[in-house]
Design a protein around this ligand. Structure first.
Ligand code: FAD
Ligand code: NAD
Length: 477
């Protein structure tokens, strides 16, 4: 390490590593400290996202979907693949290779951009000062003009279901089972529960999700959430709503879970139990007491709209601060903070953040729901188009789902988009691009989309805002 540094970033997840690279691009001398190491003890930058989140989960979602395709869907296409056998070990090795390629890629990007990476823990001592605990060697004090805190989040614990690996695990454990559990219990039917529940269901597990809330996916548009619940039910995900877990115990290599649903106290036995009840900011011990870094009541580092903390030249980004816990939200904050440090103002004030649940069908949304618009008293118009009426969806054989576009009734500006169906994770970008330019439903309606594509469903939903959808009769949406 060879200071002095302009910027020191603590944490090399998608928020921190992106901030560090952008700082270096802007000519700032940058050091990034991160404590994630792989099984060999080697630095593994990329944070939760690359090591134990977005990337390994999507690798397993893809592999498990191919397995289902080979077992169940190839025959429909007239392809006889014979006996299909699962090699879970090979599937996990592939996942590990995908992760290693990407984490090494971050290390290579650091080198290419001139960001120094130091492996170990950082602790904020005060403005411009960090105590660095290297993996090997004695702690030392480091200084930089600006500090960026990006230590991410960790799984939230549930006191009634403490982790007891390998029986009771968190999402990281559920990404690394060495066998397909015969019966898998998941506490929490949120994003992680649904994605990882889908993986293990597809690979053959009986999956039961115990969800405390009565309403399924409350952050999602009601119509989309209802369609999703039906689709997951058909796939065999047993989702029990209003289920409050009371306790759990490991007996004879099985986990017994007691829970309350309505007036009834029930119990279930599982081979493995996953606790997926949200994540909490990783702020414990991040700052020495004397630093006086302000946290909110949930442990998030308190920041203003520009990610400034209460301390001069100390910034915080990503899962560590308010807002959705999403990799792209953190990365965007990283870029914006780097630009502010370099004295530039970001291009737009409030970016549009898309949300995606990578199940099949996929669920994606951005902006406000109909419920929120009604609550806010906004006069809006909705356009809808079902994938069942889309030629490409028919050709692919994935016709479940709908695209819904919400636009201001007076200005036609797009206020929200909600979709469930094939490849919605990709389709959402069409609409968020339009929303980023403050586009209208008519802007999308006037755009020519290639035929046959799934994105034509977005086009038709935009046309439908003005009652002009071509491929569906009104009232059939
Ligand atoms: P993190 O990625 O958590 O990185 C923080 C880094 O800081 C880590 O490397 C950590 O070890 C390090 N660190 C912590 N404390 C210190 C310290 N004191 N000193 C040095 N280093 C430290 N989001 C999506 O957008 N899309 C998805 O598909 C998606 N899938 C997910 C699937 C799962 C199973 C999980 C668990 C999460 C998923 N997420 C997804 C969420 C996403 O992973 C997070 O939003 C994202 O990683 C947050 O980025 P971050 O940089 O703020 O923090
Ligand atoms: P989540 O907030 O999506 O879901 C947690 C669920 O657990 C909620 O439905 C909640 O009601 C339920 N719950 C809470 N306490 C409970 C209890 N005691 N008993 C039963 N149910 C309970 O959180 P998550 O699924 O753990 O994911 C954490 C974060 O990671 C999310 O904020 C998400 O943004 C991020 N993530 C994103 C993606 C993606 O973008 N595709 C994928 C995975 C994770």
């Amino acid at each position: 390490m060879s200071g002095p540094y302009d910027v020191l970033v603590i944490g090399a997840g998608p928020a921190g590593y992106v901030a560090a690279i952008r700082c270096a691009q802007l000519g700032l001398r940058t050091l990034c400290i991160d404590d994630w190491v792989d099984e060999q003890g080697m630095a593994s930058p990329g944070g939760t996202c690359l090591n134990a989140g977005c990337i390994p989960s999507k690798a397993l979602l893809e592999s498990s979907e191919l397995y289902v395709m080979a077992r169940a869907r190839c025959a429909e296409h007239g392809i006889d693949v014979g006996q299909v056998r699962l090699d879970l070990d090979a599937m996990m090795q592939r996942k590990a290779r995908v992760v290693a390629t990407l984490t090494q890629g971050v290390a290579a990007l650091f080198q290419a951009h001139g960001v120094e990476l130091a492996t170990g823990r950082g602790q904020l001592l005060g403005p411009g000062q960090v105590l660095f605990h290297p993996r090997k060697g004695r702690p030392r004090q480091l200084e930089a003009r600006h500090l960026v805190l990006a230590t991410g989040s960790v799984p939230a614990e549930l006191p009634v279901a403490p982790l007891q690996p390998p029986w009771v695990v968190d999402s990281a454990g559920a990404l690394a089972f060495d066998q397909v559990p015969r019966r898998l219990g998941i506490i929490g039917a949120g994003v992680i529960g649904l994605e990882l529940g889908s993986v293990w269901r597809r690979l053959g597990a009986e999956v039961v999700l115990l969800e405390a809330q009565d309403r399924f996916l409350p952050m999602v548009d009601v119509q989309v959430a209802r369609a999703a619940l039906k689709a997951f039910g058909r796939q065999g995900l047993d989702i029990r709503l209003g289920a409050r877990v009371l306790g759990c115990a490991v007996r004879r290599k099985r986990v017994e879970v007691r829970y309350q649903q309505g007036e009834e106290t029930l119990s279930e036995r599982f081979d493995r139990l996953v606790v997926a009840v949200g994540r909490r900011p990783n702020s414990h011990g991040l700052a020495a007491d004397e630093a006086r870094l302000l946290l909110d009541e949930w442990g998030f580092v308190h920041v203003d709209e520009h990610c400034r903390t209460n301390l001069p030249n100390v910034w915080a980004i990503g899962d560590l601060v308010r807002g959705p816990m999403l990799a792209h939200k953190g990365a965007e904050e990283g870029v914006r903070v780097a630009e502010r440090i370099a004295g530039r103002a970001p291009a737009t004030e409030a970016p549009v953040i898309p949300n995606v649940i990578y199940t099949l069908p996929e669920i994606a949304w951005a902006g406000r729901t109909e419920e929120q618009l009604q609550k806010d008293g906004v006069d809006y118009r909705a356009g809808r188009f079902p994938f069942a009426a889309n030629g490409r969806a028919r050709a692919i054989g994935l016709t479940e789902g709908v695209v819904k576009l919400l636009a201001d009734a007076r200005t036609d500006r797009i206020l929200g988009v909600h979709m469930i169906g094939p490849q919605c994770s990709e389709l959402i970008a069409t609409v968020t691009t339009a929303m980023s330019y403050e586009g209208s439903a008519e802007d999308l309606a006037l755009t020519v989309f290639a035929h046959p594509t799934l994105s034509e469903a977005v086009h038709e939903a935009a046309l439908d805002v003005a009652g002009q959808a071509i491929h569906v009769a009104r009232g059939k949406r």
